[in-house]
Design a protein around this ligand. Structure first.
Ligand SMILES: Nc1ncnc2c1ncn2[C@@H]1O[C@H](COP(=O)(O)OP(=O)(O)OP(=O)(O)O)[C@@H](O)[C@H]1O
Ligand SMILES: [Mg+2]
Length: 286
């Protein structure tokens, strides 16, 4: 296909040899299948700040470590420099998370570099080499649903043990390759220790997975892995190989989760309206 403008610098640098096809345009990014030498890879082109949506909400930003204090000060100001720094911190977050999670043993696409707002990473494929489907695209047997749920819970525990909460975990952000679930889409990943919303987000992530897999294995709907995981984490007792029961009675954060869900639904609606307006403007222009 014709080389999209944002990918041209990577083609010029020899990082990409050919752009094969566009996968889909999400809310945050455009995703392409590209060829690098004789391997196919995935190129995720982030939209400019003002075109992105709810994931950049303040809730996600809290506690993000900015190592350079001059930069931190700049980011807190509404200057052009400050905004630029904030933008690059946001964009780097997904690359950072991919490296951190891969080394923590979480199945995520392998990153190959981040240049000019483009993340180049491993293309996740199914058994016949086609681009892997999302969880939302597959139908599971009850046994498979239980097994995949179990594996995702293990991944969530590994992530949290590495200090991160995904923050937008759902059937749309998990791919299924020949050996099972692969977690994607991490620019909003939240610092578990430094962000006051981390508990709610963890519980929401786990609750999303429970309701998805619960469609195929309804016994999962009674579990409360989120509460259990967080309470072990808070007590300093969570390890990547901790045995979990799925039973937890305690002060659940679920009331707060409902509130966050409502805020996010509202943000999504706003984004939809904004897009409608942009479309209408475009039509007026053309
Ligand atoms: N490494 C990959 N391998 C194969 N397919 C991928 C890969 N990364 C992303 N995709 C595909 O591209 C889609 C969009 O990617 P991603 O979720 O990272 O972007 P997004 O714009 O943040 O999406 P949204 O905001 O709509 O959730 C995914 O749903 C998946 O189908
Ligand atoms: Mg996504």
């Amino acid at each position: 296909m014709k080389i999209p403008k944002r990918l041209q610098p990577l083609v010029d640098d020899g990082m990409i040899d050919e752009v094969i096809t566009q996968l889909m345009s999400g809310k945050e990014a455009q995703v392409y299948v590209v060829r690098c030498g004789d391997t196919r890879r995935c190129a995720k082109v982030f939209k400019e700040a003002q075109k992105r949506s709810f994931k950049q909400a303040v809730q996600y930003q809290e506690g993000r470590k900015v190592r350079n204090s001059r930069r931190a000060r700049a980011m807190s100001k509404k200057t052009k420099y400050g905004q630029k720094e904030q933008e690059s911190a946001w964009l780097n977050a997904e690359v950072d998370a991919l490296y951190r999670l891969a080394s923590a043993g979480v199945r995520v696409p392998q990153p190959f570099g981040f240049v000019d707002g483009v993340l180049l990473m491993e293309l996740v494929c199914d058994a016949d080499g086609s681009v892997a489907p999302r969880l939302d695209d597959v139908t599971l047997s009850p046994e498979q649903a239980l097994e995949y749920h179990d594996r995702i819970i293990t991944e969530v525990v590994r992530m949290l043990s590495a200090g991160l909460v995904h923050g937008d975990l759902s059937e749309f952000n998990v791919l299924v390759d020949a050996s099972g679930p692969v977690i994607i889409d991490l620019p909003q990943a939240v610092d578990a220790a430094g962000n006051n919303n981390a508990e709610m987000m963890l519980e929401r992530d786990v609750a999303n997975m429970r309701s998805y897999f619960g469609r195929f294995a309804p016994e999962l709907l009674k579990t409360n892995y989120g509460g259990e995981i967080w309470s072990l984490y808070e007590a300093g007792k969570l390890h990547p190989d901790t045995k979990l029961s799925g039973v937890f009675e305690g002060n659940s954060a679920s009331a707060d989760v409902d509130e966050v869900m409502a805020v996010i639904a509202a943000a999504r609606e706003e984004e939809e309206e904004r897009r409608e307006r942009a479309r209408a403007d475009e039509e007026d222009d053309g």
